[in-house]
Design a binder for this molecule. Structure first.
Ligand SMILES: Cc1cc2nc3c(=O)[nH]c(=O)nc-3n(C[C@H](O)[C@H](O)[C@H](O)COP(=O)(O)OP(=O)(O)OC[C@H]3O[C@@H](n4cnc5c(N)ncnc54)[C@H](O)[C@@H]3O)c2cc1C
Length: 384
């Protein structure tokens, strides 16, 4: 079970219940089919909208719940704890990353244009930073957006874009003044109905099988300048200001999935027998589970500290990077240990632990790799 923590109140408990009902009703029956199809059915988005799980931070008059990120956090925990990682990832990119950019940087007119449809699940949003030649080093992006009258004309290519197949709106990170390097980057929200835009393959992945992750191609796509998100050439500042929320969200996702892996492992070792005893009775099992339990409790305490800081708008880039680094690395170690307790069954796809193991790997990569997190944390070590 996800631990009950002092950071939450009765409203959060009710929300947990409604997320669990949504998962049982709308996700569990279709999940295996979605994994095989490589993406969720479009109806997932509408149902999530109807259940009130999309864009909780948006103002009530624009379809949201006037909530703070703590509400998003409860949705993340329940979605990821369910083990239905694909739909959980899709929703988190939409709610915690894309809606975050729109809430912080969209004009009132843009918010009114996008947020109500996002909250209803009619407008699915993706964020496109990564390119085949530039992931960690975003300064190396080549996608251009050239100003032409009242439009920007976007040309380039992106890859690994979550929600890439379903997206109706893509927040494109592009160079509007390439000569200014990092200072020449802007964010432009592009409707996917525009001529010149093309989706590439839905990429074949190790895990997160029902999350659509795609290549995107832009061939002189004309987008009105009124779709600029944030200040012109202010793209890097915008990205830097929103990344702490994304990294906190990923840290939390890892905590919830690690908790799930631990819980199903405890259930398994209680039942499985070897040498005439339950696996749970071996000292090795008890000691290793004690280590995992300790990791989880320490992780929840740190993530809650970060959540409190984020509620007070005081979460630093360093703390968010520490949360992402530690929680995702711990998650990787923990799920590996759990698979070992399942013996050969842990290697079988029909066992949930096998899927959780495959799903875990990418948390150390996306949203900034562990090496980039170490780089960011080390900048504030005061050792030079
Ligand atoms: C399933 C999935 C979903 C994704 N979703 C999105 C999305 O929605 N939107 C989006 O824009 N991107 C998305 N990404 C991309 C993701 O953010 C990048 O893959 C990630 O940032 C790493 O970039 P890269 O793959 O180009 O690796 P590279 O940058 O090529 O890195 C390769 C290796 O070199 C290391 N390295 C790089 N620079 C340094 C350095 N300075 N010091 C030490 N080591 C270094 C890295 O840590 C890594 O181990 C997604 C990726 C995946 C796999």
């Amino acid at each position: 079970m996800l631990p009950r923590r002092s950071i939450h109140d009765a409203t959060h408990d009710q929300l947990r219940e409604s997320v669990r009902r949504f998962l049982a009703r709308e996700v569990a029956p279709s999940f295996q089919a979605w994994e095989e199809a490589g993406m969720v059915d479009r109806s997932f988005w509408q149902k999530a909208g109807e259940a009130g799980l999309l864009c909780p931070q948006a103002p009530a008059e624009l379809g949201g719940s006037d909530a703070s990120f703590l509400t998003n956090a409860v949705i993340i925990e329940e979605m990821f704890y369910s083990g239905f990682t694909g739909p959980a990832t899709d929703m988190s990119v939409h709610n915690d990353v894309c809606a975050g950019y729109i809430m912080s940087y969209a004009t009132d007119e843009q918010k009114a244009r996008w947020l109500p449809a996002m909250a209803r699940g009619e407008l699915v949003v993706a964020i496109a930073m990564t390119e085949p030649g530039a992931g960690s080093n975003l300064q190396g992006i080549r996608t251009r957006a050239v100003r032409d009258g009242d439009d920007y004309v976007i040309s380039g290519q992106k890859t690994f874009i979550s929600n890439g197949q379903h997206a109706d709106l893509v927040i494109v990170v592009a160079k509007t003044k390439p000569e200014l390097a990092a200072k020449g980057v802007s964010l432009i929200a592009m409707e996917t109905s525009r001529p010149g835009f093309r989706r590439g393959r839905n990429l074949d992945k190790l895990g997160h099988l029902s999350a659509d992750t795609s290549e995107l191609f832009f061939d002189e796509v004309r987008v009105p300048a009124s779709n600029l998100l944030g200040p012109p050439e202010g793209g890097f500042g915008v990205l830097m200001s929103e990344l702490p929320q994304e990294r906190l969200a990923i840290g939390l996702q890892s905590m919830a999935q690690a908790q799930r892996a631990y819980d199903i492992t405890v259930d398994y070792v209680r039942e499985r027998e070897a040498f005439g005893a339950k696996i749970a009775e071996f000292q090795n099992t008890r000691f290793r589970l004690a280590d995992l339990k300790s990791d989880l409790m320490v992780g929840w305490a740190y993530i809650d500290q970060c959540l409190r800081q984020h509620e007070e708008k005081a979460l630093s880039n360093t703390d968010a990077s520490i949360a992402k680094l530690w929680c995702t690395e711990m998650h990787g170690r923990l799920v590996d240990t759990c698979v070992q307790f399942f013996g050969g069954y842990g290697f079988m796809r029909e066992y949930e632990i096998c899927r959780l193991y495959a799903d875990a790997r990418v948390f150390r990569v996306y949203g900034g790799t562990s090496e980039i997190m170490r780089e960011l944390v080390s900048r504030n070590l005061d050792i030079r």
